[in-house]
Design a protein around this ligand. Structure first.
Ligand code: NAD
Length: 387
């Protein structure tokens, strides 16, 4: 008797037919980047062409799982490949700026994982390189592309919640394993970028341009044990130019309560209804008109875990990103092929960077920061900014 390969009722992974105009993707950094390399089989308009890592073990592991691609330890060699139309960057945060610039100069469009960059000089550098070369970039904000968040966004765009008056987002995760795996995370970045890039991007997505930020931060006992250079707990309050407000929270030395609180959650309080999206459970909860009396609202819970775990997690283990990475690669490849706009592209990503940098400064200086002052330092003119 054979093993069960597919549970009836769940959605199986059926690779779609590849579009004749599909774009080849070369992945730089094959730890988290491995996820995209393997996930690209879910796409019709993008496909895996090449992989690059300076660590030969990472290259060998990918070559076993995805044979037949071009593999190298030298980024320059991958950039010379005509079949690499898009470069996807998954190197440590502090290296994104240099790698984006190198890819743009080689004539490639870029997917860069979050955080886009983690310093003002790198923000200026990528903006200047984009303007010089005319290349495009999508920030791989994976949370936006996770099923409950996609459904929440579609409902918002249908007007189901009215105007969002308050948005409440968090990303919490216990990170001792991450410091052991990636020592750069303790000293060469800041959790405002590495972690809060998720909730702060969500606030910017729903509230529009952010006017001012006030933040407090401290360091957990777990973080102190790894001698991290910055804080690993943040509480950030934002006010948008529209007057709507939001708060974002991050805690990376946390004792998790996985059944009580998801790693990432976004609660929207709108003038016409409320909703919650969760990662890594796959729930989307919202208010809807009651069946009998439309004045009495009903709470509806959609749970996508049973149907979606194969596509999004590739296994029973929650917390991988196969589906989200495939979704954003398909989104960006389609935008390039069709000549349409993608989101979040470079300027929107830099606006989110300005919010993160404002929060970092606010926590250090103990005062509110005007986000426009950071945007001006980057060179993002008000007229050029994404609205
Ligand atoms: N949800 C998400 O989208 C998500 C999740 C996890 C990590 N990330 C981001 O992905 C990035 C990488 O994180 P990670 O956990 O994979 O880190 P990691 O330290 O495990 O892996 C980084 C890899 O890059 C390789 N590398 C470094 N410099 C290189 C170079 N010049 N050329 C080729 N390879 C090089 C390293 O050898 C390593 O294999 C980070 O920016 C992180 O914030 C995003």
């Amino acid at each position: 008797m054979g093993f069960i390969e597919h549970i009836p009722g769940t959605v199986p992974l059926v690779p779609p037919t590849r579009d004749a105009r599909a774009l080849g993707v070369g992945v730089l950094g094959l730890h988290e980047g491995r996820t995209l390399l393997l996930a690209l089989c879910r796409c019709s308009r993008a496909y895996a062409a090449a992989g690059c890592d300076t660590n030969q073990d990472k290259v060998d592991a990918c070559a076993r799982e995805a044979p037949g691609l071009f593999y190298t330890s030298r980024f320059e060699d991958m950039l010379l490949r005509p079949d690499v139309r898009v470069v996807a960057i998954y190197t440590p945060d502090a290296d994104h700026g240099a790698h984006i610039e190198q890819a743009f100069e080689a004539g490639k469009d870029v997917i860069c994982t979050k955080p886009l960059v983690n310093s003002v000089p790198d923000a200026r550098r990528v903006l200047a390189a984009a303007r010089r070369t005319g290349r495009r970039l999508l920030v791989g904000q994976s949370t936006r592309f996770f099923e409950p968040f996609r459904r929440q966004r579609a409902a918002f765009e249908r007007g189901a919640f009215g105007r969002v008056e308050l948005a409440d987002a968090h990303y919490i995760h216990r990170m001792d394993w991450y410091y052991r795996k990636s020592p750069w995370a303790a000293r060469a970045t800041d959790w405002i970028f590495l972690g809060l890039s998720h909730p702060l991007d969500l606030l910017r997505w729903y509230l529009g341009p952010i006017r001012a930020v006030h933040a407090a931060a401290t360091r957990s006992a777990l973080g102190a044990g790894f001698d991290i250079s910055g804080p690993d707990l943040y509480a950030v309050t934002v006010i948008a130019e529209s007057g709507a407000i939001g708060r974002a929270m991050g805690h990376y030395g946390v004792h998790e309560l996985p059944t009580a609180r998801n790693c990432i959650e976004l609660m929207l309080y709108g003038s016409g209804g409320s909703s919650l999206a969760q990662y890594h459970d796959m729930r989307f909860v919202y208010t809807a008109p009651g069946p009998a009396d439309r004045s009495m609202s009903t709470e509806v819970t959609e749970d996508h875990l049973y149907a979606g775990r194969q596509y999004y997690f590739n296994s029973e283990v929650h917390g991988m990103h196969y589906g989200e990475f495939a979704n954003y690669a398909e989104h960006f490849a389609s935008a390039i092929i069709d000549g349409s706009r993608a989101s979040p592209e470079l300027e929107e990503g830099l606006e989110v960077f300005a919010v993160m940098e404002s929060a970092r400064r606010s926590a250090r200086e103990g005062r509110s920061i005007d986000v426009r002052s950071v945007a001006d330092e980057i060179g993002l003119s008000a007229a050029g900014a994404t609205r």
